[in-house]
Ligand binder design. Structure first.
Ligand code: AMP
Ligand code: MG
Length: 338
């Protein structure tokens, strides 16, 4: 199939939104920018359309999708038994990068929830995403618009590189603001649990959810037989083809300078001391800069044709936890302490 590239400059904007909405209403799939990463959207009510999303991505069928809404009325269409705290959190963090797992309504296509009785919901802040949702009148299930296992797409060209010819259209918007996927929390159990860290931080959420727990799977590899609270966390993810290692501790530059046939992914502050091929992913002190660049940098690693890539781990505070969580998966949990 030919993938339409929908321009979003001023003159083409409304036409492109209308075209995307029509495609979605007719059961098609569309790549669209959001403030976190690019999503691959389809109607959350249309089981056949959702199956196309899984197919285009090569996503395992047991990994459920996040449903994107444009207003609070839509929340009642997709979720039920909604606890009061959801409205407090929505007031504070929506539209924005917070996803809440709630009980689902019967309207949601089975494949969205991958057989679970819950649904993950968020209201994005990206204008394009909000306009597509409200124009189509549909809640949109939208996982990251990458081939499963690859780094998530943060530019329109990442989406085209991964999915050209496999999806109906891509809205060719700007680069994603945050660059890492949304924070996911579940509110269906006795205690709230952080399932995936993102730009809304654990520290920010604690003010509203003082008993918020962090799922073991955020920083640890699930053992065979462990039950995944969030199925997505059991998969290898975000990986370059080059074998990746996450490196912690003092003396990163000295460590990588001794390595042969290797690339370093480092902070701006240390780049001058690194003598092997390197990619800079931001400032150690500015975790948002690291989040913004990390997936783009992971996509560039392979062009060096090196055997191994050593990635300097960020501190795990604030948005650093989200970046660390993605990197430890990109490295398939291979961590080196120097
Ligand atoms: P992605 O769509 O690629 O951003 O991934 C969505 C993430 O949300 C994955 O880690 C899923 O496992 C998680 N998720 C989606 N729906 C649910 C749900 N109903 N319960 C728990 N986790 C979910
Ligand atoms: Mg993804």
């Amino acid at each position: 199939m030919e993938t339409l590239k929908l321009a979003v400059s001023k003159t083409e904007y409304q036409n492109s939104i209308n075209t995307a909405a029509e495609i979605l209403k007719n059961g098609g799939v569309v790549g669209m920018p959001t403030e976190t990463v690019y999503g691959l959207a389809a109607s959350a009510y249309d089981d056949k359309a959702i199956k196309k999303v899984f197919e285009a991505k090569g996503r395992p069928q047991d990994n459920p999708l996040i449903v994107h809404i444009s207003d609070m009325e839509m929340l009642n269409e997709v979720a039920e038994d909604i606890p009061e705290i959801v409205y407090t959190l929505a007031e504070k963090f929506w539209p924005g990068p917070l996803t809440m797992v709630l009980h689902r309504t019967a309207k949601i296509a089975e494949s969205v929830s991958a057989g679970l009785l819950t649904v993950a919901v968020r209201m994005p802040s990206s204008k394009i995403a909000l306009d597509v949702i409200s124009k189509s009148g549909l809640p949109l299930a939208a996982p990251s618009a990458n081939v499963s296992g690859r780094p998530s797409p943060t530019t329109a060209s990442h989406v085209v590189n991964d999915l050209d010819g496999k999806i109906d259209a891509v809205l060719m918007g700007e680069d994603s603001d945050f660059g890492v996927e949304s924070t996911v929390i579940t509110l269906v159990g006795e205690t709230p649990i952080l399932l995936r860290p993102g730009a809304v931080t654990y520290e920010q959420l604690l003010k509203f959810l003082p008993n918020l727990e962090i799922s073991d799977a955020v920083l640890n590899e699930l053992k065979a037989g462990d039950r995944a609270e969030s199925p997505g966390m059991k998969y290898k993810h975000y990986a370059p083809k080059t074998t990746a290692f996450l490196v912690e501790g003092e003396g990163f530059a000295d460590f990588v300078n001794k390595q042969e046939n290797a690339v370093a992914v480092c902070f701006m502050e240390e780049a001058g001391s690194i003598k092997i091929p390197k990619l800079i992913y931001g400032s150690a002190d500015d975790k948002l800069s690291l989040a913004h660049s990390i997936f783009g940098v992971l996509r560039e690693v392979d062009k060096f044709g090196a055997e191994r890539v050593f990635i300097h781990a960020p501190e795990k505070e604030g948005v650093g936890l989200a970046v660390y969580n993605r990197l430890i998966r990109a490295a398939a949990f291979k961590v080196i302490n120097i």
